[in-house]
Design a protein around this ligand. Structure first.
Ligand SMILES: [Fe+2]
Length: 222
């Protein structure tokens, strides 16, 4: 329809500035992420995990102020470095509003936080846990926690897990994203440390076409 295009808001993207984005894996297979607006000198950490000392090193070298520590969910292997980072930098802890993590800011699906001018959109993706979120950085990089891995999806057999919710999170939320969106997982479980939505759609066996019932049965297989 004529003029229709102008009615749609532009995607919430970060134009014309330099983004710092670093995946950190220091101890074990947990990944942490440092995202910063270089011009503003402001950073966030997504999942502190067991990587606090390396994260601190990066923040100090780059002279970034740490604004938030965002937790993709409350499992302790993802939150292990929270206390050290908040004690050192006074950052606010962010988690889903249903999380048992001791947070300063509780978020819900669709909320957008900012680091400098970079938008960080919260996508609520329960399934692995009831407090799981993914964070879409600048509309281009999806930090997936334990919801989606390279070649895998998260387990649903822990407390608070639900295969029914995981199905909805994967197929009705993450698989609705563009193929070009990058996937940055919470663990180094795949053949490579990151991927794209398009690549996972094509190759990830957990994302094969299944009905809800088939998916629930599939997740229950040993
Ligand atoms: Fe987890």
């Amino acid at each position: 329809m004529k003029g229709e295009k102008n009615k749609n808001p532009l995607p919430d993207t970060f134009l014309g500035c330099k983004m710092f984005f670093k995946q950190i894996q220091q101890h074990g297979d947990n990944f942490s992420y440092v995202v910063a607006d270089e011009a503003a000198g402001e950073a966030v950490v997504i999942d502190s995990s067991f990587n606090a000392s390396e994260i601190i090193k990066v923040l100090n070298i780059k002279k970034f102020r740490l604004k938030y520590v965002i937790n993709t969910h409350g499992h302790s292997d993802h939150t292990a470095g929270n206390a050290e980072l908040t004690a050192m930098f006074g950052a606010k802890i962010v988690a889903h509003k249903q999380s048992k993590v001791q947070f300063d800011i509780g978020v819900k699906d669709g909320d957008v936080l900012h680091v400098g001018k970079i938008p960080l959109k919260v996508i609520y993706t329960p399934g692995h846990t009831s407090d799981s979120i993914c964070v879409l950085v600048d509309g281009k990089k999806l930090v997936t926690g334990d919801t989606l891995f390279v070649g895998e999806c998260g387990r649903t057999d822990f407390q608070g897990g639900s295969s029914r919710s995981m199905f909805d999170s994967l197929f009705n939320k993450l698989m609705k994203l563009d193929d070009a969106v990058e996937v940055w997982p919470g663990h180094d479980y795949g053949a490579r440390p990151y991927s794209t939505i398009g690549e996972e759609r094509k190759t990830n066996y957990t994302l094969q076409s299944r009905s809800l019932k088939e998916f629930i049965d599939f997740m229950a297989e040993p």
